[in-house]
Design a protein around this ligand. Structure first.
Ligand SMILES: [Zn+2]
Length: 380
């Protein structure tokens, strides 16, 4: 169904279906963890091998465009040609083991890739922790990083030696946040998870299939993890305490369940913006009042930037043709489905949920897919 809305030819439809299956089974909905191994239905689907640069992006798709949330360090000539064709630039998010490849990609392809680094959280109780982290970040920014991300384990999984969950406003992290603010560096935060993970499973919960496979990530009815509200409140205190710290809340700042909640933060904190990653959030938007959501995107267009949250699971140079086709299909598919939802009035179907497109005006689309990211992420 969805593919008929999006695309024309039968061949293309098969490609996208294959890409879609990979996307929903293996891609990390909530970035920060390793995607599940690729086993299962993908082998049952005939995936055409691409022998040319994919061209079937949606009609009207903006060029250039920015994807401000990826872990997609693709370096295959086909990927680079695709980025060239769409004059696209991707923000690569990750530190640690990803740093080296991201560092090298931004040096080799500065027009196609920018880098948002990260830092270690596990060692937070070590003496001299903040100083050590700042030293590492100083080097990453000197090497070309344009932002720094805090991953979701902070506030949700990370425990101190007494069994408490430190939140992002814990004094231990304060020197790091102050340093970022003083230096004018952008902080991306992925704190908490979608609200659906604190809600009962069922046919209205977009995360049901995901959580059935990962029951540990389902927080409904549990008192051994902080509440969604606790994590949001800590994040808000950081925004208030550091008014010059530019913060981008990944995945709609984990307030995807109600655009009014995001609007409240935009009104209260001029230093706060969000990205739209990943595509399951479209389902959350689609479940809210259509006009309310549309008005929200128009009113706050200067604070919302497109992100896909796509990733590559291994070097594209080591992929076989089928893996490469799927890998290319992922990023293309995310752009396609997002364009259809934000730019047209088609009914987009994701995981069986029907979401009526917002048909946003051209100036708003330009901000969503390009200008807002440019403004919030100098160097993007
Ligand atoms: Zn991510």
């Amino acid at each position: 169904m969805i593919v008929q809305h999006v695309l024309g030819s039968a061949t293309t439809v098969m490609m996208v279906m294959a890409a879609g299956v990979v996307l929903w089974r293996a891609a990390d909905e909530c970035c920060g963890q390793e995607p599940a191994p690729t086993t299962g239905p993908v082998t049952e689907i005939v995936t055409p091998i691409r022998d040319e640069i994919p061209t079937h992006m949606p009609e009207g798709m903006l060029r250039p465009f920015i994807d401000a949330h990826t872990h997609y360090g693709g370096q295959h000539p086909q990927t680079l040609a695709w980025l060239e064709r769409w004059d696209a630039k991707l923000l690569l998010i990750g530190g640690g083991r990803r740093s080296e490849s991201y560092r090298s990609l931004i040096q080799k392809y500065p027009k196609r890739y920018a880098w948002c680094t990260s830092f270690d959280l596990k060692s937070f109780e070590d003496p001299g922790y903040a100083e050590k982290i700042i030293e590492g970040l100083r080097k990453d920014f000197a090497d070309g990083a344009i932002a720094c991300k805090i991953f979701k384990s902070l506030g949700l999984f990370l425990k101190d030696s007494e069994g408490n969950f430190p939140q992002i406003d814990d004094p231990i992290f304060e020197p790091i946040l102050s340093w970022l603010e003083q230096e004018g560096h952008v902080l991306m935060t992925h704190v908490a998870e979608p609200m659906g993970m604190w809600r009962p499973l069922g046919e209205t919960n977009a995360y049901t299939a995901y959580l059935k496979k990962r029951p540990k990530g389902h927080f409904y009815g549990r008192d051994d993890v902080p509440s969604h509200a606790t994590i949001m409140a800590a994040r808000d205190r950081v925004l208030a305490r550091h008014p010059k710290l530019k913060m981008i809340g990944a995945h709609f700042g984990c307030m995807e369940y109600d655009v009014a909640e995001i609007a409240k933060r935009f009104d209260a904190y001029g230093n706060f913006a969000v990205d739209t990653s990943g595509p399951t959030r479209i389902i959350d938007l689609g479940q809210q009042d259509h006009e309310k959501v549309r008005a929200f995107f128009i009113k706050y267009a200067d604070r919302i930037m497109y992100g896909s949250d796509r990733s590559v699971r291994k070097s594209q140079l080591e992929m076989n043709p089928q893996e490469l086709a799927e890998s290319l299909g992922e990023i293309e598919w995310a752009a396609q489905i997002s364009w259809d939802y934000y730019a047209t009035d088609k009914v987009v179907v994701i995981k069986g949920f029907q979401c009526k497109g917002l048909s946003l005006p051209p100036d708003v689309l330009k901000k969503l897919f390009y200008t807002t990211a440019k403004a919030w992420l100098p160097g993007m």
